[in-house]
Ligand binder design. Structure first.
Ligand code: AP5
Length: 210
């Protein structure tokens, strides 16, 4: 299974990618996580990425394509993968389509902007392993502590309300056109996001396995 998850920022891509990764036993590749790791480690890529991410903009296609080219060469991609956050522009989708990689399905997870603003206002992220929680919908067992690694939880730098608004604008102008693009290729499946995570997982699996 080579699957693309297509959805607005905060719609729940990362949350569903984690579930799908276990369900299909394939890795989930989050471009956002790759970029945040580079920012944390202070690499050249991280320094460039931070400027764009903090303003809610996409990093340049050419740079993103180089990162993904390297990632696809890794051994764990052999039996399939879930792409969480790539492609995000028509140019990225065209480059993927021109590569030898055959995508099987593209899942569009639909969530409205108001819900997203509420969700990102309550998101918590582990500063060590990057696991995601929510103050209300997915609270950690011990407040402020990651269930998985015991790391400290905090908010993501790009979850500030003004950056979230910019990210949504970027999504609607640059990424949303991919829904039509993949519909025309006959690869698109659609799932309507639900108000709870487990319910969303059920509709996601139904859409993929119908
Ligand atoms: P990225 O990390 O991909 O961020 P994003 O797309 O903005 O998505 P998020 O990670 O914010 O949200 P999500 O959809 O994964 O939602 P989550 O599961 O956490 O990218 C960050 C930045 O990197 C981009 O802005 C860009 O600058 C750059 N970048 C990345 N890829 C790029 C590319 N290809 N090209 C160029 N630049 C790129 O859920 C959100 C919250 O809601 C959580 O707290 C969760 O617990 C909760 N929640 C989830 N589902 C539900 C539910 N059903 N009910 C209730 N709560 C829920």
């Amino acid at each position: 299974m080579r699957l693309i998850l297509l959805a607005a920022p905060g719609a729940g891509k990362g949350t569903q990618a984690e579930m799908l990764s276990e369900h299909y036993n394939i890795p989930s590749i989050s471009t956002g996580a790759i970029l945040r790791k580079n920012i944390k480690e202070g690499t050249e890529l991280g320094k460039i990425a931070a400027e764009y991410i903090n303003e809610g903009r996409l990093i340049p296609d050419e740079l993103m394509l180089k990162v993904m080219d390297e990632r696809f060469k890794q051994d764990d991609c052999k039996n399939g993968f879930i792409l969480d956050g790539f492609p995000r522009t028509i140019a990225q989708a065209e480059a993927l389509s021109a590569s030898p990689i055959e995508i099987d399905k593209v899942l569009s997870l639909e969530v409205d902007d108001e819900t997203i603003i509420e969700r990102l206002g309550g998101r918590l992220e582990c500063k060590s392993c990057g696991s995601t929680y929510h103050t209300e919908h997915k609270p950690p067992k011990t407040p402020g502590i990651c269930d998985k690694c015991g790391g400290e939880l905090g908010t993501r730098a790009d979850d500030k309300p003004e950056t979230v608004r910019e990210r949504l604008h970027t999504y609607h102008t640059q990424t949303e056109p991919l829904i039509e693009y993949y519909k025309n290729k006959g690869l698109l499946r659609v799932a309507k996001g639900q108000s709870e995570i487990d319910a969303t997982s059920r509709v996601v699996l139904e859409a993929l396995e119908a």
